[in-house]
Design a binder for this molecule. Structure first.
Ligand code: ACO
Length: 317
């Protein structure tokens, strides 16, 4: 038994930050950001917490699915880090929704939503769940070095959620890990103590953009080729490619390689920046709320991110 997506929801912070706003503290320009990334603005939390974002996104997904929180058998949140290291974001969401089920966070950076879908698929396959809530939520603004123009302009905050129920929607899912920290890392902080020599590093994103760019272009193409070959579904038969929204040029390169029309590649990087593991569920919710998805549509989701990690799945709407 696999799953189908029964409902979607999302929530973006109210504050919108335009490209020009960065010019006050780093040497950059709207022209550079748009031409190198396609991004125009992004949402950053001001007063909201991640807990607020996931509660709203999850409540909307439950409402769309016509499902009560009491019916949930599991809550999975993909996030690099919630508001607290513990309790997990998923546990706080479980309390806020009044759900009575296990809840945990999964960190696979930008690929996290696919990792969470895979963990959910295992619960369905083991017949341990009939209804699962999966949320992708990130507040990357808390890890930005505002003096580093290479990274601070690229990211945004937000949350997207799906309710999964038993069904035959999942056609294929593939994950990959290629552990290395040179091209992308966020150091963990540690408390100084009398018995350790730990220095407390700043938890900033460090990224070699060109390395990640090369990794992303080749990984997305390889993974898409593999899932389509495995399932016998051709790129022509895919209705929408929901790719991680890290850079418009990465998406364009995948699209050119597959020779598929632009309408099949919805985007949100222009308005949201790179929202890490929230980017794909945010895209999915905007397609759903715009009534652009029909029963039986084939969706291909593919992401890459810190770890390094990849995740790709084919599913039927
Ligand atoms: N404004 C102006 N100039 C800038 C900026 C900026 N915001 N950022 C970098 N530059 C400069 C660089 O300093 C460099 O200047 P130099 O030639 O004088 O040294 C020049 O622009 C070119 O820099 P590149 O790094 O070569 O620019 P590139 O075209 O590769 O674009 C980018 C950089 C946008 C980061 C791109 O490499 C990219 O998108 N990489 C992928 C990032 C990604 O996908 N991350 C996802 C994973 S994140 C996660 O998992 C949390």
């Amino acid at each position: 038994m696999s799953f189908r997506i029964a409902g979607t929801g999302s929530c973006l912070p109210e504050q919108v930050v335009e490209n020009e706003a960065f010019c006050g503290f780093v040497d950059t320009s709207d022209e550079w950001i748009v031409s190198r990334t396609g991004m125009r603005r992004r949402h950053f939390v001001k007063e909201e917490t991640m807990r607020d974002l996931v509660y709203t996104a999850a409540s909307r997904a439950l409402e769309d699915a016509g499902c009560k929180a009491s019916e949930l058998d599991y809550i999975l949140c993909s996030t690099i880090q919630g508001d607290y290291i513990t309790p997990s974001l998923a546990c706080l969401l479980q309390a806020d929704l009044g759900a009575n089920c296990p809840a945990m966070d999964i960190n696979a950076a930008c690929s996290g939503f696919l990792y969470a879908l895979d963990a959910a698929a295992a619960q369905f396959a083991a017949k341990k769940a009939k209804t699962i809530l999966v949320v992708g939520a990130e507040q990357l603004s808390k890890f930005l070095d505002w003096s580093d123009r290479n990274t601070c302009v690229l990211f945004g905050d937000g949350a997207g959620a799906v309710v999964l129920t038993e069904g035959e929607g999942l056609l294929s899912i593939r994950l990959g890990s290629y552990g290395q920290m040179e091209s992308l890392n966020i150091p963990g902080s540690s408390s100084p103590g009398p018995f350790s020599d730990f220095k407390r590093p700043a938890s900033y994103i460090h990224m070699n953009g060109q390395e990640i760019f090369k990794f992303a272009v080749s990984a997305i193409q390889r993974e898409i080729r593999t899932v389509t070959a495995e399932t016998g579904i051709t790129p022509e038969e895919v209705d929408y490619f929901l790719l991680h929204q890290a850079n418009g040029r990465i998406i364009e390169s995948a699209r050119n390689r597959m020779k598929q029309p632009k309408e099949k590649f919805p985007t949100n990087y222009e308005e949201c920046g790179n929202t890490s593991s929230a980017s794909i569920p945010l895209l999915l919710d905007s397609l759903n709320t715009a009534n652009r998805l029909k029963n039986g549509d084939i969706l291909l989701m593919s992401a890459f991110g810190g770890g390094l990690t990849t995740g790709t799945c084919l599913l039927k709407w």
